[in-house]
Write a new protein. Structure first.
Length: 105
């Protein structure tokens, strides 16, 4: 599988967009879990990663129940991924600033 030639900023931005959408799904599942008639949500990916529009929210038809603890762990893991990507993007911009500013450092 070849990796498309996409700038790092675009790749991280797309991944952060998907993580943000996943966070919204997690929060909805937690907030509405006891609401009558609520259908759990999940992200579905139709195309390759790197295309944030490839992710969409759909109903989760799985008959397997998910505990509150599982939802909280999923939300926590997603948050850690998002924070890691934000730090990576910050480091990337810091390196660019260092390279382009000869008086820095």
């Amino acid at each position: 599988m070849s990796v498309p030639n996409v700038p790092v900023i675009d790749q991280i931005s797309a991944a952060m967009s998907v993580a943000n959408l996943q966070h919204q799904v997690n929060v909805s599942n937690i907030a509405n879990r006891d609401a009558q008639g609520f259908q759990r949500l999940k992200l579905q990916f139709d195309r390759a990663m790197g295309e944030p529009e490839a992710a969409r929210v759909v109903s989760d038809d799985s008959p397997v129940p998910v505990s509150l603890e599982q939802d909280l762990v999923a939300m926590s893991n997603n948050l850690m991924r998002y924070q890691t990507m934000a730090r990576a993007l910050g480091h990337y911009f810091s390196m660019i600033a260092t390279i382009t500013n000869p008086n820095r450092g």
